[in-house]
Structure formats: C-alpha cells, structure tokens
Design a protein around this ligand. Structure first.
Ligand SMILES: Nc1ncnc2c1ncn2[C@@H]1O[C@H](COP(=O)(O)OP(=O)(O)O)[C@@H](O)[C@H]1O
Ligand SMILES: [Mg+2]
Length: 374
C-alpha cells in the first residue's frame, strides 16, 4: 500500500499543506525545527489516531487555531481509500472514510499501516517496559481490529477495577464488587496475552534473521514475551484461552489482599514485558549501543515483514532522522526495503546522511522550511 496524497490544515506548524508522494522513496529534508517530524507525525496520526510523541492531542493543533484536519488518499491492493480526520479543542475527533462518517475512531487503525522508526526507538530495548508494550499494541492493532477491540475493553475494565481498588485501599470494600471487572479483564486479557505471545514468536524469528545478517552471523537475537500471568500456551485456541483465563483468575485471587491494599491491579498484560537477548545475555542489561542499534533495526525490518505476512501488503515505512544514527552498511540495508516495494519516507537534515548505494527508480524530494514544503 502507499500514501498517494496528504492534506494538512492547522497541524503543528503547518497552516495548509497539500502534497502528493512517490510510491517509492520520499525524502523530506531541511534544517532543524522546520516541520520534518511534524509531517511524519501527521502521517502516523492518520494511521493510528494518535501522535507518536505526545498523548496530548491539543499540542497537534497549530497555535492560535482551534481545529486541525488531516486528510489522505491511500492506495491499497483492494482499491483507493480516502481518510479524513478532524480534531478540535472543543470537539472530539471525527473521522470519515471515503466521505462516510465513522462512529468509532478505532475504524481508522489499519487502513493505512505504518512502521515508524525514530531515534527514540533506540530506547526501546533499554527503556521502560511500557514502551515495549506500546510497541506490541500498536503493531498488533494495526494488523488486527480484533486485537484492538480486546485491548480497548481491557483498558476500560482495568481503569474501573483500579478505581474500585483505590476505594478499597482508602475506605474498604466488599470483594464481591470486583468480580465483574475481574471477569472482563480476564477475558479480554487472555486474548491479548495469546495474541502478543504469537506475535512475539513470529516477530522474534524474523528479527533474529535480520539481526544475524546485520551482524555477519556473529550474534543471535531472541525475543521473549514475559507475562505476569505466567507461562503461556503457544497457540491461540479455545482451550488455550480457557487455560490462560484460569491462570489469570488464580493470580488475581492470590493477589486480592495486596491489590486492595495497594489500590491497583498488579498482574495482567499491562504489567508484562518483552525481553531481548543477544547471544543469551539480556540486552537491556548488557548490550552495547551498537548491538542495541542493530537489534532495533532488525526489529523494525521484522515489523515490515510481519505486517506484510498478515495483511498481504507492505506497510508504509516512516524513518524520522535515523539515517545519521546508522553507518552506511545499515543505511543501505534499511533502504533495501524500498526496493522490495515498501513506500518509504525519510527525514534528514543533511543530504550526506543519504549516501546510499544507489537511488531507487521512484523518488521525490521535499524541502521543508518554516512549515512550508517546496
Ligand atoms: N501546535 C503547534 N503550533 C505551531 N507550531 C508548532 C506546534 N507544534 C510544534 N510547532 C513548531 O514546529 C517546529 C518543530 O517541528 P519539527 O517537525 O519537530 O522539526 P524538525 O524539522 O526538526 O523535525 C518548532 O518550530 C515548533 O515550534
Ligand atoms: Mg525532527
């Protein structure tokens, strides 16, 4: 799939913008603080309904304005699609797909699939578990509306359950009240857990392959999903779901007192982690900068392939300022993606960062200056 056209209104430092793109490589260049990341952020926003760098949507609206619009034309194997997202200071987000209003913003997710890679991702391995969970959630939501549904149910129930637990911690509570929320998080949670587990196995195999090649066969990367609920069955089946639900319930029962004392839910997908090992050693603790870079690059390449396998076409690759962080060998490796039919957006300040083996046949250059694109 590829993004054929994008229109922005009052998004970050853009007043109005109307662009068409190459289905191959799109290079967005310019000095710092001109709007390069903002442009990629707008694409990400349209893909996921969220920004990759803030959870406060208000920040996305151009200062002095009260509403933003992002519109795109996406070309997919199944045909063309127009997406239009509006968001205002006093209005909730509203979405139209092919001109037809959608009730749920969640319908947006997966229409334009993206893989985003920025220097912040280099923190993925060493950073907090929340970043790795978010990585899995975004990846899975983009390829599976079912996953996103279970995730939303889970997060809502978790909020309610935590509110009750806080009450319990403050002024006591009869445990019976918790049970409806327990059942909801157990049901949605089991779905999330088994889907994450399966995704990590496949992503892990793909990433290990890329990592091996990027390290000339010297390093073995392994990914493992580590759940607070305990060991998980490998495959997603009704029996496996039932088994995970039982284990989850058991864990909740055992922790009831502690949860009521601490006022929060202590087990479940929202407490889990994704572990990276390189040559058997935990990467979070022992990997060098170079090894982390290689592992994250391998993971991003694996993401592209993983999504392609599931949705049957390649996602769009967004590379924000990462080229300067990589050596020429790794840059070329990343740019091979373009040759395998992945539409790619690259932002950079210095054209020298783009010293690449050869330019793909299809490319366009965009110079960004003070919220204008030339
Ligand atoms: N809501 C907003 N309204 C107006 N300008 C904004 C808004 N948010 C960010 N900016 C401006 O956008 C610029 C940063 O753009 P960015 O895309 O991050 O730069 P870069 O080209 O370095 O990637 C800054 O000048 C910042 O002030
Ligand atoms: Mg930037």
């Amino acid at each position: 799939m590829y993004l054929a056209a994008l229109r922005l209104q009052h998004f970050r430092n853009y007043q109005e913008l109307d662009l068409t793109f190459s289905p191959g490589l799109n290079i967005v260049y310019g000095e710092n603080a001109q709007g390069k990341t903002n442009l990629l952020e707008a694409i990400y926003f349209l893909a996921t309904g969220k920004s990759h760098r803030t959870s406060r949507d208000q920040e996305l609206i151009r200062q002095g304005h009260s509403e933003l619009r992002v519109e795109a034309r996406v070309v997919r194997q199944t045909g063309e699609l127009t997406l239009a997202l509006r968001y205002g200071l006093d209005t909730r987000k509203s979405l139209r797909i092919n001109g037809i209003p959608e009730k749920r913003i969640a319908s947006l997710v997966g229409k334009l699939a993206v893989v985003f890679f920025s220097p912040d991702d280099l923190q993925l391995i060493k950073g907090a578990p929340a970043g790795r969970r978010r990585f899995l959630d975004i990846e899975l939501s983009q390829v599976s509306p079912t996953y996103l549904h279970h995730l939303q149910v889970y997060l809502r129930a978790l909020q309610q359950r935590n509110a009750l637990l806080r009450q319990a911690a403050e002024r006591g509570l009869s445990p019976g009240l918790l049970e409806t929320w327990d059942e909801q998080i157990v049901h949605a949670g089991a779905e999330i857990l088994l889907r994450r587990q399966a995704a990590v196995r496949r992503l892990g195999a793909l990433a290990a392959d890329y990592h091996r090649r990027l390290s000339s066969g010297r390093e073995e990367l392994t990914l493992r999903y580590l759940s607070t609920v305990g060991d998980l069955p490998e495959a997603l089946s009704q029996e496996a779901l039932a088994a995970v639900r039982d284990r989850f319930r058991e864990r909740l029962e055992r922790l009831r007192r502690e949860e009521m004392a601490r006022g929060t839910t202590l087990v479940g997908p929202h407490r889990d982690d994704l572990l990276f090992h390189i040559n058997g050693q935990e990467a979070r603790l022992y990997a060098s900068q170079g090894q982390q870079r290689t592992a994250v690059l391998a993971l991003k390449l694996a993401e592209i392939q993983f999504m392609r396998e599931i949705i049957g076409e390649a996602p769009v690759l967004l590379l924000d300022d990462v080229m300067s962080e990589l050596d020429p060998g790794r840059r070329n490796y990343l740019l091979q993606a373009v040759e395998t039919g992945v539409q790619t957006f690259i932002s950079c300040t210095d054209a020298a960062d783009l010293m690449i083996r050869r330019w793909p046949a299809e490319y366009r250059l965009f110079r960004v200056q003070s919220g204008q694109v030339f």
